[in-house]
Design a protein around this ligand. Structure first.
Ligand SMILES: [Zn+2]
Length: 102
């Protein structure tokens, strides 16, 4: 997985670009919540910032999976990498809905 290919896919693919915009907005809100939470000594804001950070990690995993799923089939995976997106959902779904996956 090369970083340049990942960045090129994230910026050129229209759907991935939308995810990038949302990731940037979400990350900005996370930093604002951390900053405001530290200044006002608010545990609520800091815990929501932690929640939003996990949202950001889920979006980042989605971007990586969308990129890997475009790889062509090879000897190791003759059917291609399309199912990587399903595996990615399996990775980040428990972080979004931890109560449903016990
Ligand atoms: Zn969330």
């Amino acid at each position: 997985m090369d970083f340049r290919g990942f960045v090129a896919h994230a910026t050129n693919d229209p759907d991935s670009r939308k995810v990038c915009y949302f990731l940037a907005i979400n990350l900005a809100f996370t930093f604002v919540e951390v900053f405001t939470g530290l200044i006002t000594n608010s545990l609520g804001l800091l815990s929501d910032a932690g929640h939003m950070f996990f949202d950001c990690s889920s979006l980042f995993i989605s971007l990586g999976a969308a990129y890997v799923s475009t790889w062509p089939a090879d000897e190791s995976f003759p059917r291609g990498y399309a199912k990587v997106e399903i595996l990615a959902v399996r990775v980040f779904f428990p972080s979004l809905f931890p109560n449903l996956t016990n």
